[in-house]
Design a protein around this ligand. Structure first.
Ligand SMILES: O=C(O)c1ccccc1N[C@@H]1O[C@H](COP(=O)(O)O)[C@@H](O)[C@H]1O
Length: 209
């Protein structure tokens, strides 16, 4: 078994370096104003310059206007778009870029329906539902709701940390895991030790299979 790791919500050069040095497969930048992890286009363009070949750069959006995404793409070389709001599949597909769709899980059957609705995506990200926030809540959800039959790569997110990621990967066997709050020392400020432990735990479970 192998699971890739995305470290999301990076705001500082040293955190980008730590994620890359520890072996992250992808790094994420949040283009969503209300988030404490939000970065400006100029800031993201600078941070992305530190990311070497073969590490994917992901841009996270929540219900953006079309022009907003285009404006980011003009300046920031994103490999993948992550839509974390209520975007339709038709909207997500209007950019000349691969994309993944995040859903916030709260009931049985929801993931199966999303696999169908977002079948043109490059992966389905499953996160915890929250009444007030679109994501980055640090909350986990019931992994038993995740089906074993998956027509798309499944990316597990929501309240992951080095304390639970071994169990998560062992049970769910996702294509990848995505973490933000679980590797932070404060909102938007990553902790390089926590990033290192997190990635080591993912690699450890992958070795045991
Ligand atoms: O990080 C944010 O602030 C954020 C804001 C709005 C939507 C998504 C956001 N982050 C994503 O949420 C999941 C889970 O995060 P956490 O590990 O529970 O903190 C993850 O995909 C983040 O990239």
């Amino acid at each position: 078994m192998s699971a890739r790791v995305k470290i999301c919500g990076l705001t500082r050069p040293e955190d980008v370096d730590a994620a890359v040095d520890c072996g992250a497969d992808a790094v994420g930048f949040v283009f969503y104003g209300p988030s404490p992890r939000a970065v400006s286009v100029a800031q993201a363009a600078e941070l992305v310059r530190r990311v070497p070949a073969f590490v994917s750069v992901v841009g996270l959006f929540v219900n953006p206007a079309h022009q907003e995404v285009e404006a980011v793409l003009e300046k920031v070389p994103l490999d993948l778009l992550q839509f974390h709001g209520d975007e339709t599949a038709a909207f997500c597909a209007t950019f000349a870029r691969r994309w993944i769709k995040a859903i916030r899980v709260r009931e049985p059957g929801q993931i199966e329906r999303a696999f169908d609705e977002y079948r043109a995506s490059s992966g389905l990200l499953v996160d915890a539902w929250d009444p007030e926030k679109y994501g980055g809540t640090g909350k986990a959800f019931n992994w038993d709701l995740i089906p074993t039959e998956r027509p798309l790569p499944l990316i597990l997110a929501g309240g992951l940390s080095s304390a639970n990621v071994f169990a998560a990967v062992n049970q769910v066997k996702p294509w990848a895991v995505d973490v933000s709050g679980g590797v932070e020392q404060g909102k938007g400020i990553k902790d390089c030790q926590k990033i290192s432990y997190f990635i080591k735990e993912v690699h450890r479970v992958c070795k045991t299979d």
